[in-house]
Design a protein around this ligand. Structure first.
Ligand code: HEM
Length: 390
């Protein structure tokens, strides 16, 4: 059985809800998973500030940020920065897993050619990857089983899953493989997607200085001399939210949604689609469709000011998180992690491209895969901003 985690709310007390593949609740458990995105945002700002007056590889920092947030939620601590090579190995396994998932496999389309798998080495790569993941996650699970969960102040997702497994219903038992797959699914689905959105946001802001200025003015006027963005500030950041929507329209992290299969024969605009047809939805093309969007190839957050269009799957012209039963269950989580980080970055630094580089020099080409990250990382100069400077 495939389980999905829906992590609701940001902050110290959220709820982790497991759903089965029909979208029905399997179990619900209040969990003090301490998203602690704030702690990770502070560490991100600290690292970037340390690079000034030199340049910093912002893309790399954002990737570490997204992974650290999820590590804290899943395992209760920050694995990415730890010196333990096995734990860093975990990141490698997850990255490779995503790469393998996104690769083209002819056997998916022509099952009779499945043997090509073995010839290209894809099969052995998948097996190696699964073996490595199994070893690492086994160690993490047994550490969690050994620790005293009852007295633990903050439960993490592994604790919750293990408890669900222990107290699980007979109707839908949770196997250890289910637990492992759920964690892997979360890492594969929730880390690069988040960092790619932030990366594109910063790239577009650097390419559109008037947008950057407006977004910074908004954040700085709301924070004043407070310096640290709080979750409660986010509701007031109307323009920054419009910037994020525009990033989702223009550069959806998952350009082609997960494959679907038609349950029954349907006819759409004269095309007959038989039952059991696999089809793909191109969210990237929908976001740039001139029938839905005026001037679709221009980055213009203003289009969302005063508009009710949202990205949660109800407005079909903007579906970066997909929609329906298979829509992204991590949307609330992702938005919180993105908004907190972006607001803080806008507040804490004045941003420039490295000396001699202009926006026209930026390489905006993307790498093919389930998610589309930029081929070239974004290098920037981040000058720390102090309120008394203004
Ligand atoms: C900017 C950030 C994110 C974007 C753009 C995004 C986008 C998506 C999309 C498009 C899908 C497929 C939906 C469909 O086909 O209808 C998806 C699935 C999913 N997402 Fe997200 N996502 C993001 C962040 C996250 C986060 C932070 C988590 C978890 C904490 C998460 C967990 C998942 C899971 C578990 C699935 C289902 C995967 C599966 O079916 O195996 N996502 N996401």
């Amino acid at each position: 059985m495939k389980l999905y985690i829906f992590v609701d709310q940001v902050g110290s007390g959220g709820a982790a809800i497991l759903r089965d593949h029909h979208g029905h609740f399997v179990a619900t458990k209040s969990v003090f998973y301490t998203l602690e995105a704030e702690a990770e945002v502070a560490s991100l700002v600290h690292k970037i500030a340390g690079s000034y007056p030199g340049t910093t590889n912002l893309s790399e920092m954002l990737q570490l940020y997204a992974k650290s947030v999820l590590c804290r939620v899943a395992f209760g601590r920050d694995f990415v920065q730890s010196g333990d090579s096995q734990r860093q190995g975990f990141q490698k396994v997850v990255d490779e897993h995503e790469e393998l998932l996104g690769g083209f496999n002819i056997g998916d389309f022509f099952p009779s050619l499945n043997f090509v798998h073995s010839l290209t080495g894809l099969k052995s790569k998948l097996q190696d990857n699964a073996r490595m993941y199994d070893q690492l996650i086994d160690q993490i699970l047994s550490e969690h089983m050994d620790s005293n969960k009852v007295d633990k102040e903050h439960e993490d997702l592994v604790d919750v899953l293990l408890q669900l497994q222990k107290n699980g219903s007979d109707e839908i038992p949770l196997t250890t493989d289910n637990v492992k797959a759920t964690i892997l699914d979360l890492f594969a689905a929730g880390t690069n997607t988040t960092s790619i959105a932030l990366d594109w946001a910063m790239t577009e802001l650097l390419m559109n200085p008037h947008v950057m200025k407006k977004a910074q003015k908004e954040v700085r006027s709301i924070l004043g001399e407070r310096k640290v963005v709080a979750e409660s500030d986010l509701d007031e950041l109307e323009y920054m939210k419009a910037v994020i929507k525009e990033v989702f329209r223009f550069h959806p992290s998952v350009p082609i949604l997960l494959p679907r299969e038609s349950l029954e024969d349907v006819e759409i605009e004269g095309y007959r689609i038989p039952a059991k047809t696999r089809f793909l939805v191109n969210a990237w093309a929908i976001g740039r469709n001139s029938e839905s969007w005026e001037d679709p190839n221009t980055f213009k957050p203003e289009r969302f000011i005063g508009s009710n269009i949202d990205y949660r799957g109800k407005d079909f012209e903007l579906i970066p998180f997909g929609g329906g039963r298979r829509g992204c269950p991590g949307v609330t989580f992702a938005i919180a992690a993105i908004e907190l980080a972006l607001a803080q970055l806008l507040y804490s630094f004045d941003w420039e491209l490295p000396p001699g580089i202009t926006p026209k020099d930026l390489d905006l080409s993307e790498v093919f895969g389930i998610t589309t990250h930029k081929r070239e990382p974004l290098h920037v100069v981040a000058k720390p901003y102090f309120p008394q400077d203004s």
